[in-house]
Design a protein around this ligand. Structure first.
Ligand code: HEM
Length: 557
């Protein structure tokens, strides 16, 4: 349709009719013009231009209807499929502008520009809309980086404490607690040596067991004792996180708000009982690493910062919910896939079992967590699960006008830069040019050894597991599952340790098998349909489990 033919009915009608015709035609016209502008801007060779906006038909509202109709995960995925070759491009939800970037160079530039690309406002919104933080406390988050003492202390608790406690020996102690908790909970299930027990739905089983063990490790056992429903409430809350972030009124989604409020209320009651006053944290070297009532040293130290910096119990409970969500929401699905991918591949299963079965020390009754998590196959599996089975988004807000993304593109102040891990993870040309060895097998396929560099070029037999050293060299920017730069997820080592610890307990202490492998293959989720969000099998996955016999020397079989 040309512009003249589109306007011709208008030129020959009465005023009111013209208005009606104009209103009917206007969206088509605007769509036509915005499409023309989009391609013109995207193909322009001029320097320092602002990125184009995806075609739209209603100015001011832009892509709001599409985002509401399909939901952001599908809308963003469709936009990438249709216009991905023209990235970077902008999607506008009314006054909020999202810039989608898709190149490794752009990702690096954004992560490295710590001062110009921040998360402060985004984090404040998460606390207010999702976690239910009271308004007065939200101001403290918004004042981070503005020289306010309490806000700086909160920033320290967010950035420094997880990095201190989720690495080195502190991490090993946490994982020891996780393993002991998981083993105890599993042994309470009366799983037999002689008979197989059938688990109908491995996803729900993991939702319960991994969340339970992770929560007990971070918060202590008293929380679960006081509020036995907390795991169920947590998953109900987690399901509604995106809805809560949209900020729809309470009457439109009462269950989402009620569940969130119940969680915050219960966490607040628990905190008042286990962390009274401001001097409750026992974090000296000689203090125990974990306390059944007060929780891990990490959680005690963190809550003490908030207690000493004007956060009331409701705001502290919202903080506890944020840590519950950060630690459980992605770790459970990634652990599910870690185990399922192992069970799906007999050679891999045998190889991993042979690598890990010697890691149990019958004298201490503990596994060697340090060795376990540094095995190349475990590290590579962790990276591959993050690449293929997780779809996370990382956001940064541009704080300056004219931010130079590169010599072609310049960004306005306020634009929200979005990086989608799954999109980058499946971009074959980028991976092939960054490190050709990583695309020896298609990126759409799960390849546990993708991140292993062989020691020497050896001829591998079919099905044989590749050995060598683990490396992320050259591909860091393409693997953004854990974000990047100064906010790179501090829990990534804990997530890897939880995956490996769950695997070691299930593989060394139990025999686990998939009774219906064909239906599991048919249940594999499609790729690229959502840009962000939980990836889970299409159908329930059944597993059979029975206890392994322990040898006379106390060693695992
Ligand atoms: C597979 C599991 C996990 C995934 C995929 C994941 C992913 C992410 C991502 C994408 C970010 C944003 C990073 C950025 O803005 O650059 C993040 C931040 C964060 N994650 Fe994780 N995470 C996982 C596990 C954990 C665990 C176990 C914890 C433990 C408590 C944790 C705690 C945090 C915290 C506290 C932040 C905020 C960091 C900051 O703003 O400085 N995460 N995570």
């Amino acid at each position: 349709m040309t512009l003249t033919s589109a306007l011709s009915p208008l030129l020959h009608a009465s005023t009111s009719l013209r208005l009606v015709i104009f209103l009917i035609l206007a969206p088509f016209l605007i769509q036509y013009l915005s499409t023309t502008f989009f391609y013109r801007r995207a193909r322009s060779i001029s320097k320092s231009k602002t990125p184009p906006t995806l075609p739209y038909s209603i100015p001011g509202i832009f892509h709001v209807f599409g985002l509401l109709r399909h939901g952001p995960p599908v809308f963003f995925a469709n936009a990438i499929r249709e216009y991905g070759d023209f990235a970077p491009f902008v999607i506008k939800a009314g006054p909020t502008h999202f810039l989608i970037i898709r190149s490794a160079e752009h990702v690096k530039k954004v992560f490295q520009s710590v001062k110009q690309m921040t998360v402060t406002d985004f984090h404040a919104q998460i606390y207010e809309k999702i976690m239910g933080t009271p308004k007065e406390a939200v101001q403290l988050y918004q004042d981070i980086g503005k020289g306010r003492k309490e806000s700086d202390a909160i920033d320290h608790a967010h950035l420094a404490l997880p990095r201190q406690y989720f690495s080195g020996t502190a991490l090993v102690s946490m994982v020891d607690v996780y393993i002991a908790t998981l083993r105890r909970n599993m042994s309470n299930k009366m799983i037999q040596e002689k008979f197989w027990t059938e688990i109908e739905d491995m996803w729900s089983f993991f939702q319960n067991e991994i969340a339970r063990a992770t929560m007990e490790t971070i918060f202590g056992s008293e929380l679960l004792r006081m509020h036995p429903r907390i795991v169920r409430d947590f998953w109900e809350f987690d399901k509604n996180v995106e809805q809560l972030f949209r900020g729809l009124p309470r009457f439109m989604m009462p269950t989402a708000y009620n569940t969130r409020d119940r969680l915050v209320g219960n966490l607040s009651i628990w905190l008042q009982s286990v962390h009274p006053g401001t001097d409750f944290a026992k974090t000296a070297e000689e203090d125990p690493e974990w306390d059944a009532k007060s929780g891990s040293k990490f959680f005690q130290a963190r809550d003490a910062v908030f207690a000493n910096n004007t956060l009331d119990y409701q705001a502290r409970a919202a903080e506890a919910l944020a840590i519950m969500q950060g630690s459980t929401s992605n770790t459970m699905p990634s652990t599910f896939w870690f185990i399922l991918e192992t069970l799906r591949n007999t050679e891999l299963n045998k190889y991993i079992h042979s690598e890990i079965k010697g890691l149990f020390d019958p004298v201490s009754g503990k596994y060697d967590v340090g060795t376990l998590t540094s095995l190349p196959i475990i590290q590579s599996m962790h990276a591959e699960i993050g690449r293929l089975r997780m779809a996370t988004g990382t956001l940064r807000q541009c704080q300056v006008d004219g931010f130079q993304l590169d010599e072609d593109w310049s960004l306005p102040k306020g634009v929200q830069v979005m990086i989608f891990s799954h999109d980058l993870a499946l971009n074959t040309p980028l991976w092939a040019s960054a490190r050709p060895q990583t695309v020896e097998r298609p990126l759409e396929e799960f390849w546990p050894e993708r991140f292993i560099v062989p020691d020497k070029p050896a001829r591998e037999k079919r099905g044989q597991i590749r050995t060598g050293r683990f490396s992320m060299e050259g591909i860091g920017a393409l693997h953004s599952t854990f974000g990047g730069g100064s906010h790179l997820c501090p829990g990534r080592y804990l997530a890897k340790a939880i995956q490996a610890a769950t695997l070691v307990v299930l593989l060394c202490e139990y025999e686990v098998l998939l009774p219906d492998p064909e239906s599991v293959e048919e249940s594999m989720p499609p790729l690229r349909e959502v840009a962000i969000g939980q990836i889970r099998p299409l159908e329930k996955v059944r597993v059979r489990i029975r206890k392994r016999r322990v040898g006379g020397d106390g060693k695992m079989a």
